[in-house]
Design a binder for this molecule. Sequence first.
Ligand code: DC
Length: 222
Amino acid sequence: MVVTIDGPAGSGKSTIARLLAQRLGFAFLDTGAMYRAVTLAALRRGWTEAEAAALAELVPHLHIAFDGQRTWLNGEDVSQAIRRPEVTAAVHLAADNPHVRQRLVELQRQHAQGKDLVTEGRDQGTVVFPDAECKFFLTASRQERARRRWDELRRRGAAVTLEEVLAEQDARDQRDASRAIGALRKAADAIEICTDGLSPEDVVARLEAIVRQRQAAATAAI
Ligand code: DC
């Protein structure tokens, strides 16, 4: 069974998807981490926006792995490095590149083979797993999403203002919604859940109940 969770930055996808996978005993895939790993590799080579087209040639030389907790790039644990602000600021280089997307979509489908999976991103229910048995689209208000991200950054010791976080989030939302391939879009058959004012436990409990209902219905149909 594949469960997809899509939604904008700060909607709670990562936390929810990870917890849901634990509760269900499913594997977990964070596809944003894969786009971040490609971006990190490009930044380490000193690549600028002008060289973005060359990214496609870089991808076949990268070995990206995700073990449910950590992200590995050519054998190195890059889980911390891919969360740095400079990677977040440049991740559109990878996410806007159709060749990079094509390769990462292949890797994501390979990852799902032979297992039950909870996967989160922007295009999981629309492009990567259009036939997934259970699709969710998580949202939250612009202010709530920015406040969550601001809290997280301050916990990590970053000196940023809420206004800066909001501006960066707006720019990312705009890019995520307007990219030619793999744009953030709710699949027609996805269940939309607004997480404003809900704890992660509340949201996970709701999602878990829906997945278990679908599992029971699928078993009954056999
Ligand atoms: O979820 P995140 O912030 O780690 O994602 C990083 C970026 O990668 C985000 O700006 C959009 C992009 N992304 C994407 O285009 N498609 C995905 N399936 C996942 C992430």
